[in-house]
Design a protein around this ligand. Structure first.
Ligand SMILES: [Zn+2]
Length: 77
């Protein structure tokens, strides 16, 4: 059972580390354009930029910004 405990600790540690790396709206705003570009080129920005993805999930303002940008760029294509 020692192994299981270690894995659990590792998982909890990873979650805590993610929380420490949370980005603010300003940082998200700087990167959201890149995020949209990746999205439009068929890549997975969620994987490439998990911190932005995480911020968009919990920040309504930035999510709106992201959706507006996404729609605007989609119409340009
Ligand atoms: Zn935000």
């Amino acid at each position: 059972m020692k192994l299981t405990t270690n894995i659990t600790k590792k998982i909890l540690g990873a979650v805590a580390a993610t929380a420490d790396e949370e980005i603010a709206c300003g940082k998200c705003y700087e990167q959201v354009e890149k995020f949209v570009e990746l999205k439009l080129s068929g890549k997975s920005p969620e994987e490439a930029m998990p911190l932005v993805e995480e911020h968009l999930q919990r920040c309504e303002e930035c999510r709106e910004e992201y959706e507006v940008l996404l729609n605007a760029l989609q119409e340009l294509e």
